[in-house]
Write a protein that binds this ligand. Structure first.
Ligand SMILES: Cc1cc2nc3c(=O)[nH]c(=O)nc-3n(C[C@H](O)[C@H](O)[C@H](O)COP(=O)(O)O)c2cc1C
Length: 317
C-alpha cells in the first residue's frame, strides 16, 4: 500500500505548540478573538471563513489576526476553515483571500479538498482535511493533503461515527503525516492518551465554546455546564448530515423531527437556512461533561498543559 504524508511536518508543528492541541473551527462560535487567544496561548486556533458573513468582513478578520499575532513572535500557527462542499458558492472568493493573506494552515471540511490544494500549496500553505471514513481519508491522502483530522464518534458539530482506535490504526497504515484526533477529548490527560494511541494532535471543540473569547451566548455556555454525555443527541435533522446537538436546546425550541430534511443531505444553503437552527439549537460533543467552568482561553490551555504533562488518565487514579 502506498504511504503518504510527512512525519517531519508533524514534528515541526508540534515543536511550535505548548500542548498538542488544534482547536476545531466552530460555526457561530469561533472568530478572531478565540483564534488569537488560542495562538497566543500556544495551541492552533481556527475559525470557519463563513463565520465572517461577507468576504469584506473576512478580509478584515484575517488582517486583524495577522496584526495581533505578528506582535507575539512565539504564537502558534492558526488555521482558516473552508467548507469545500460543491454547494459553497463563496468558496473560491474565500480561497483568494486565504491566498492573499498567506494563511499558514487551511482546514478543508465537508467534501473533497482537491480543488483547493494547488492554491494553498502555491504559497507554501499547509492543508488539513477532516474525514469521517477510511475511504475519505485515503482520497484526501491521495489528493495530497498534509494532515488528516479524524472525526470520530462523539465529536461536536457535524460528527464522525467510527471508533477512534479502529480509525487511527487503519489510517496509520498508509499515512505518516500529522494526524489530529477528534471526538470528546475534553482534558489534557485525554490529549496525552490520544498521542499514545497514535495521533499527533488532539482536536478540541466543545471545551473551547466555554471560554470568554468564544462568540457563544451566556445561555449556551450555561447549558454546557448543566449537560453531560447523556444530553447529547445525534441527529441528521438539523444540518442534513449527522450532528451532535444538546438535547435540552432541541427541547427548548420544540424542535420537531423532519424526515424530509434529514434525507435531503448536506448543502450549504440548507446549512445557512439552518443558521437560525444553529443559533437556537446548540451543539456539543460527548466530552461536554468535562466543561466545569467558563474561563479564559489562556487559563484553559494552561490547565490542558498541566494535565497533559501529568500523563494519561491512568496516571491520576
Ligand atoms: C458548535 C459547533 C460548531 C462547529 N462548526 C464547525 C464548522 O463550521 N466547521 C468544521 O469543520 N467543524 C465544525 N465543528 C466541529 C469542530 O471543529 C470539531 O470537529 C469538534 O468540535 C471536535 O469534537 P469535540 O467538540 O468533541 O471536541 C463544530 C463543532 C461545534 C461544537
Amino acid at each position: 500500500m502506498a504511504r503518504y504524508g510527512s512525519k517531519a511536518l508533524a514534528q515541526e508543528l508540534r515543536a511550535r505548540l505548548r500542548v498538542p492541541v488544534v482547536v476545531g473551527p466552530m460555526f457561530l462560535v469561533s472568530g478572531p478573538e478565540l483564534v488569537i487567544g488560542c495562538s497566543r496561548a500556544g495551541v492552533i486556533g481556527s475559525f470557519p471563513t463563513l463565520n465572517a458573513r461577507t468576504t469584506g468582513i473576512l478580509d478584515t478578520w484575517l488582517s486583524e489576526i495577522r496584526t495581533a499575532l505578528a506582535q507575539a513572535p512565539s504564537a502558534a500557527p492558526y488555521a482558516a476553515n473552508l467548507i469545500v462542499h460543491s454547494s459553497n458558492a463563496r468558496l473560491m472568493d474565500d480561497v483568494d483571500l486565504v491566498v492573499h493573506h498567506k494563511v499558514e494552515i487551511v482546514i478543508a471540511s465537508v467534501g473533497n479538498p482537491a480543488s483547493v490544494i494547488p492554491a494553498i500549496k502555491g504559497y507554501g500553505g499547509i492543508v488539513f482535511s477532516d474525514v469521517a471514513s477510511i475511504k475519505h481519508a485515503q482520497r484526501a491522502a491521495e489528493a495530497g493533503v498534509d494532515g488528516l483530522i479524524l472525526l470520530c464518534a462523539g465529536s461536536g458539530g457535524n460528527t464522525g461515527w467510527l471508533n477512534p482506535f479502529g480509525f487511527l490504526a487503519e489510517v496509520r497504515a498508509f499515512f505518516d503525516g500529522p494526524v489530529v484526533l477528534a471526538g470528546a477529548i475534553s482534558n489534557g490527560h485525554l490529549v496525552n492518551a490520544a498521542e499514545k494511541a497514535g495521533a499527533d494532535f488532539a482536536y478540541m471543540g466543545t471545551s473551547f465554546i466555554a471560554t470568554h473569547e468564544s462568540m457563544a451566548s451566556a445561555e449556551y455556555q450555561q447549558m454546557l455546564l448543566e449537560s453531560n454525555a447523556d444530553d447529547v443527541k445525534l441527529t441528521t435533522e438539523v444540518t442534513g448530515i449527522p450532528s451532535n446537538m444538546l438535547r435540552k436546546s432541541l427541547e427548548r425550541v420544540g424542535f420537531k423531527p423532519d424526515k424530509a430534511h434529514a434525507d435531503a443531505g448536506f448543502s450549504i444553503e440548507r446549512e445557512l437556512q439552518a443558521f437560525k437552527a444553529w443559533k437556537d439549537i446548540w451543539s456539543a460533543g460527548h466530552g461536554v461533561g468535562g466543561v466545569q467552568n467558563i474561563e479564559s482561553t489562556a487559563d484553559l490551555v494552561e490547565r490542558l498543559r498541566k494535565e497533559y504533562l501529568m500523563g494519561p488518565p491512568s496516571e491520576i487514579r
